[in-house]
Design a protein around this ligand. Structure first.
Ligand SMILES: Nc1ncnc2c1ncn2[C@@H]1O[C@H](COP(=O)(O)OP(=O)(O)OP(=O)(O)O)[C@@H](O)[C@H]1O
Length: 361
């Protein structure tokens, strides 16, 4: 019987990965007793909003097998650590780091980063958000923690600020944003490494880093020093933003950080009066760029007043309207990001070449 059950299960396709649950090694503890099948389904990514549907899909397939009276599937997620660029040692307690970047400012990188972090948490993961955007640290406002100060522990560590179910730390808490950029620039890499290392994050499945916009020295150094599992690039459909986004892609390629995909923000404007959709910044740019570079388009967000109002109010769309259309778009992006990470290597060996010094005899 178990063989027959497994062969039926091997025809059931996971809607998130496109693979069947058997070859993806998700099926555990399969039991068959007196006509009752029970099994665990282990997913490598968080998908709380879909676990009931996945269980139903599996139970229904098993229910068609002759001799099966009932089937019960328990769906849960088990998120593991994946290797970072060039075998950089991982951050203690943090399984995966996702960098959110953009080629230029103002394309909605921070809005995407915060909603992505909250969507991963809504899907059941433990998540942290590190705001490294030196030009305009906006996460304290977006997360509704603008006037809070992180507490120091033993004069050595700092506690992240918790709200909406995730832990947030911002470079805005450390640097003086009133200081001219020329002062802040050289300090930022050190301040950021310090923030990453000295924040008591606890155990995290994912840490989302909101990088500063652009592709200058700061970004390059950060993407060399921070062990990143993968990067998400945010762009608007305008040509110029896409040109800048191309520079972002090149930068990550240079330092060996895998690109998880592209988010096209402000894709279309939906008129709040008549519902008419208008592609103000052009159409299809993200998809075309994705195709040119072999990068996936993870999702498209409309230019929607509620997205701005929600982040301004410190309650991003994923928490302000968790079952709404916008939250659904962010959750779908989050699942795609997590699925892509789950498919990555778990080989933690260093990719640096070994240098052997031989003595001449
Ligand atoms: N899809 C959207 N619909 C409507 N408004 C949006 C959308 N995405 C972002 N915004 C708004 O656009 C502005 C810029 O967004 P955000 O701060 O996220 O961009 P950024 O790329 O991180 O900018 P910076 O480079 O300054 O850090 C914000 O006021 C935000 O609320």
């Amino acid at each position: 019987m178990p063989d027959l059950l497994l062969s039926v299960l091997s025809t059931v396709i996971d809607p998130n990965t496109g693979r069947d649950f058997v070859s993806a090694k998700c099926i555990k503890n399969l039991k068959f007793e007196q006509g009752v099948v029970s099994l665990d389904v282990e997913l490598g990514y968080p998908a709380k909003s879909q676990s009931a549907a996945i269980a139903a899909q599996i139970e229904q397939a098993l229910g068609t097998v002759e001799g099966v009276k009932s089937a019960q599937a328990q769906v849960f997620s088990h998120i593991v650590a994946h290797s970072a660029q060039r075998g950089l040692p991982l951050q203690k307690g943090i399984k995966n780091i996702i960098a959110v970047a953009s080629g230029k400012g103002g394309v909605g990188k921070s809005t995407t980063a915060v909603n992505l972090a909250l969507a991963l948490a809504a899907e059941g993961a433990s998540v942290g958000l590190l705001d490294a955007d030196i030009y305009g640290p906006s996460q304290p406002t977006m997360m509704g923690v603008a006037h809070q100060q992180p507490e120091a522990v033993e004069n050595k560590y700092i506690l992240p600020i918790e709200n909406h179910g995730i832990k947030t730390m911002s470079i805005g808490f450390l640097i003086d944003t009133e200081q001219p950029m020329v002062w802040r620039g050289p300090m930022v890499t050190q301040a950021l490494t310090q923030l990453l290392n000295e924040t008591l994050w606890g155990d995290l499945d994912y840490l989302v880093i909101d990088l500063p916009p652009g592709t200058g020295d700061i970004q390059l150094t950060l993407s060399q020093k921070v062990p990143v599992t993968g990067a998400v690039i945010v762009t608007t459909p305008q040509d110029i933003a896409l040109l800048d986004a191309r520079k972002g892609i090149k930068m990550f390629e240079k330092v060996g950080v895998p690109i998880l995909g592209l988010v096209e923000n402000m894709s279309v404007h939906i008129c709040s009066n008549c519902g008419h959709a208008e592609p103000i910044f052009g159409e299809g740019g993200g998809a075309k760029m994705g195709a040119d570079y072999g990068i996936d388009l993870l999702g498209q967000l409309p230019l929607d007043l509620s997205i701005r109002l929600n982040v301004d109010a410190g309650k991003p769309s994923v928490v302000a309207d968790p079952d709404g259309k916008i939250a659904e778009l962010y959750k779908a992006i989050a699942r795609k990001v997590a699925v892509k990470i789950a498919a990555k290597s778990q080989d933690f060996s260093s990719k640096f070449p070994k240098i052997v010094i031989q003595k001449n005899t």
